[in-house]
Design a protein around this ligand. Structure first.
Ligand code: HBI
Length: 373
């Protein structure tokens, strides 16, 4: 550590360039982490796939190579795949070469390699895991990393931790939004809004069904990741009052979302966190979400939105009819109190201090099998 802060090497997700929308919520995690840490006097160097855009980064080094196949579209028993020449191995080979110029590595890849490499490096690695359990191989290496190097794996929420083996081994870091980028609105129009990667695990069909049943117009924003899925939804709900507007960067996205009556969150998987929930709340937009995954630790039922029986479209419709009972100012106030950049900075800095003052890694496998059995 220099007198004025940590020298941090931040390695981004290998599934696509920052700013492309391919990285989903990770783009926001990375942007907010860089802001939170820079504001506190730390020095961040970001490694990311070429073509990445990260305005808040003082140093961004691009890497060529094939993207990793996305874990959320793989099977639970999918083997580890390295599509060489891979952007993931290129970024980590560079990290190996320059490690002595840094105090710590912070990375956001939901991929096997960084977890395997960490004990081989001379500086600590903080693994920030941004999804719940998806794959047996990843479960094993994540639990192994948390066992051999205690405190080295950070998650967003407790409910996400519960999806992994040895749920008590993980640091809960949470997430945040930069409140200055979200403008509060207390005079919404009639539209509902759904926001996220258009991919089956996000459950867009239920939001469309709820719009059809309630006849409330629904705006849809996000990366059109799965064309076949999207065409199937249009075929199944030809008359639903929906409008797909495309993928937008934060500034344009929040200008649309802030004018909506409520955000619908309909995850079919255990959403690790649900950045879109705190983005909407930051604009004063109440959240109607399935009582599943990260949103259960963000939405206060009856105060900042409604938590609905999972997969119940009728439950979504009932909540839609009650949405005017929610105080929009309370939505923004909750984010200010719990999910600010300053709060994230506190948690990241505390995590790094623990890691930098931790003893040497434990010998692997000592007692691990019991944790995984
Ligand atoms: N898949 N293999 C892989 N690696 C990632 O880093 C990754 C992913 N799928 C989705 C994803 N990251 C992000 O969109 C989420 O972590 C938010």
């Amino acid at each position: 550590m220099t007198l004025t802060g940590y020298r941090i090497l931040l390695i981004s997700t290998p599934v696509g360039p920052l700013g492309s929308g391919l990285g989903g919520g990770v783009e926001l995690f990375v942007t907010n982490a860089v802001q939170a840490l820079t504001q506190r006097g730390h020095h961040i160097t970001v490694l990311a796939p070429e073509g990445s855009v990260l305005p808040v980064a003082e140093t961004l080094i691009p890497f060529a190579g094939s993207y990793q196949p996305t874990a959320h579209t793989s099977d639970r028993d999918s083997p580890v795949i390295m599509p060489e020449p891979s952007v993931l191995s290129a970024m980590w080979d560079y990290a190996r070469q320059v490690q002595d110029a840094f105090d710590i590595i912070l990375h956001y890849a939901y991929d096997w390699l960084p977890f395997y490499l960490a004990p081989f490096l001379r500086i600590p690695v903080a693994h920030y895991v941004t999804m719940g359990s998806l794959n047996d191989g990843m479960d094993h290496i994540i639990a192994h990393a948390a066992h051999t190097i205690p405190h080295s794996v950070g998650l967003c929420t407790r409910v996400q931790a519960a999806t992994f083996p040895a749920a008590d081994r993980y640091e809960i870091i949470g997430c945040s939004v930069d409140l200055e980028r979200y403008e509060y609105c207390d005079t919404p129009g009639q539209d509902l809004v759904w926001l996220g990667r258009i991919s089956p695990e996000k459950g867009l069909e239920d939001a469309i069904a709820a719009a059809q049943m309630s006849q409330m117009p629904l705006k849809i924003l996000g990366k059109l990741e799965n064309e076949a899925y999207w065409h199937d939804l249009q075929y199944r709900y030809p008359d639903a009052p929906i409008e797909y507007l495309g993928f937008f960067a934060t500034q344009e996205m929040q200008a649309i979302v802030r004018n909506c009556r409520a955000l619908l969150m309909t995850p079919k998987w255990v959403e690790a966190f649900g950045n879109v929930a705190i983005e909407a709340l930051a604009c004063g937009v109440p959240v109607i979400a399935y009582r599943r995954g990260g949103p259960t630790e963000i939405v206060q039922h009856g105060k900042t939105g409604w938590l609905v029986e999972p997969d119940s479209v009728g439950g979504l419709v009932e909540a839609i009819h009650r949405i005017d009972g929610i105080d929009r100012a309370a939505c923004r106030a909750h984010v200010v109190a719990n999910f600010s950049i300053a709060t994230l900075g506190d948690r990241l800095e505390h995590w790094f201090q623990i890691l930098l003052n931790s003893p040497e890694p434990k010998s692997p496998n000592s007692g691990l099998h019991s944790a995984l059995s």
